[in-house]
Design a protein around this ligand. Structure first.
Ligand code: SAM
Length: 197
C-alpha cells in the first residue's frame, strides 16, 4: 500500500499540472460522470483551501462564469484568478452566510469541506455530517432550480439518512467513492443533480 506521506500518482500529477492538491482528481472524476459544472455557471466551493477544486471549476466555467470559494483558511493560491471570489470564514457564521447569499444564487455547490480529524472516528463523522447538513441548508438559500451538488461526507454515521435528504431535494442522488480517494480514507461523496427545492 502507498504510504500517505509519499506522493502517489495523483499527487505527482497534480504537481505536474499545476493544481494545489491531489483532491482535484476526485472532482474531475465526478465531473466526468455527472457534468456537474458547465461553462458560464456560478459555483459555490465550500471548504475550498488550498484551492484545487476552484482551479478546475474556474477553467470549466470560463470568463462568463464565477466561483465563490469559502474556507476557514486563507486562499492565497487563488489570488489573481479572474473569475474566483474568495471568502475567509466558517460556513456556520452568519456574516459569512450573508456574503455567500449576496454573491449567489449558484448553479452548483461543490463541498470538499471536512473537519480537522481528531482520531475519534465517531466524533469526526458527526462533525462531517454537521457540515453536510449546513451545505444542504445553504442549498435551500442559494442553489438555483436544476442546480447540482457534490458534498464530501465521512462514512460511519448518517450517510444513508443524508443520501435520503439529497434524494428528497434533487432529481437524482448518489453516494460514491472516486478512484482518487485513498483506499484507507473513510470519505465518500454525495452527488445530487437537478435541484428541485
Ligand atoms: C480537504 S480540504 C479541501 C480541499 C480542496 N477541495 C482542494 O481541492 O484544494 C477541506 C477544507 O475544509 C475546510 N473547512 C472545514 N470546515 C469548514 C467550515 N466550517 N467552514 C469553512 N471551511 C471549512 C478546511 O479548512 C479545509 O481547508
Amino acid at each position: 500500500m502507498a504510504r500517505r506521506d509519499q506522493p502517489d500518482r495523483y499527487a505527482k500529477q497534480a504537481r505536474r499540472e499545476g493544481y494545489a492538491a491531489r483532491s482535484v482528481y476526485k472532482l474531475e472524476e465526478l465531473q466526468h460522470r455527472f457534468a456537474l459544472i458547465q461553462p458560464a455557471m456560478r459555483v459555490l466551493d465550500v471548504g475550498a483551501a488550498p484551492g484545487s477544486w476552484s482551479q478546475l471549476a474556474s477553467k470549466i466555467v470560463g470568463n462568463r462564469g464565477c466561483i465563490v470559494a469559502v474556507d476557514l483558511a486563507d486562499l492565497p493560491g487563488l489570488d489573481g484568478v479572474k473569475n474566483v471570489e474568495t471568502i475567509c470564514g466558517d460556513i456556520h457564521d452568519p456574516e459569512v452566510i450573508e456574503r455567500i447569499v449576496g454573491l449567489g444564487p449558484y448553479d452548483a455547490i461543490i463541498s470538499d469541506a471536512a473537519p480537522r480529524t481528531s482520531g475519534n472516528r465517531s466524533l469526526d463523522t458527526t462533525r462531517s455530517a454537521a457540515i453536510v447538513e449546513q451545505v444542504l441548508w445553504l442549498c435551500e438559500r442559494v442553489l438555483a432550480r436544476e442546480g447540482n451538488l457534490v458534498a464530501k461526507l465521512f462514512q460511519g454515521g448518517e450517510e444513508q439518512l443524508l443520501l435520503q435528504e439529497v434524494r428528497r431535494r434533487f432529481a437524482t442522488g448518489r453516494l460514491l467513492k472516486p478512484k482518487a480517494s485513498r483506499d484507507e480514507s473513510f470519505e465518500v461523496f454525495l452527488v445530487g443533480t437537478g435541484y428541485e427545492g
